[in-house]
Design a protein around this ligand. Sequence first.
Ligand code: SAM
Length: 300
Amino acid sequence: MPEEKRVNVSKAVSTRRPKLKPKLGQHFLASDSFALQIVDALGDVSQNTVLEIGPGRGALTSLLANRARRLIAVELDRVLAAQLRLRFGMFPNVEVIEADILSIDFDSLFGPKPGLSRPGIEFKPTPTRVIGNLPYYITSDILLRLFDYSKYFETLVILVQREVADRIAAKPGSRDYGLLSATAQLHARVEKLFTLPPGAFAPPPKVHSTALRLTMAPRQHELGLDGDRQIADGFIDFLKLSFGQKRKTLWNNLKSTYPEPHLRSALSQARVKPAARAETLSLQESAALFRALRQNHDGS
Ligand code: SAM
């Protein structure tokens, strides 16, 4: 009888080079100095919780494990997550979660814990910093989700496709300004940090990548949009509608939703020309139009 093969499971997981999954945007950082630059951009995290999105083979994780008070790394790939768990098992501050970042329940991760909240005392989340060389196929979805839960986050340092970084940082009136720019700039101050060539990754992607820092600085109050969640969400829906069809004027994008007389008077109240396009409006102008439309609608 052949001798039974004994498999050391932990060794098998730790040494196996997992098959690359291009669909998951797996382009791993191949440069230690760039990894260092990205982690440095997050600042001193010795007192912070850091959320790492898509740790992959751990290029950023290994630096963060030595710096962060607590590190939560969310990886979708089962084999990579298992390898990370083994590699960082000795770090009591590191938690690897095998999950899709788009379905992580941030409220249970960062919100008040049952039994710990006291009546009359408002729960104040400790701000978390977020880092990630993002899987490009879901960059916008990840950002929109982080903005939805922005109360938990203070700074995001992310690596995204260069063209997407240009859109996130674009100013109103420029070719790249659109829904993603407006939404990002409603929630955060955006800084472009540096750009990496495809050769900085293995395997190299077809595009350049840009590191961005987004410092959360919600503008809803300044824009007269705070009050309740409905108003803030309503403004995002309004932006989606305004940017609905890129080549169309605001009038054409909005007229199927708002009665024409209301739209006409709101545009004039907000001093916005009906022939203007959404990408030419500052956030103040968009917010003024949204407020005027709400007033006219509520008052009708
Ligand atoms: N951080 C590593 C680095 O810089 O070398 C890997 C970055 S790689 C561009 C993106 C990582 O995100 C991959 O490890 C991939 O498996 C993971 N990923 C893809 N989709 C994901 C998702 N929905 N949720 C969490 N992680 C995901």
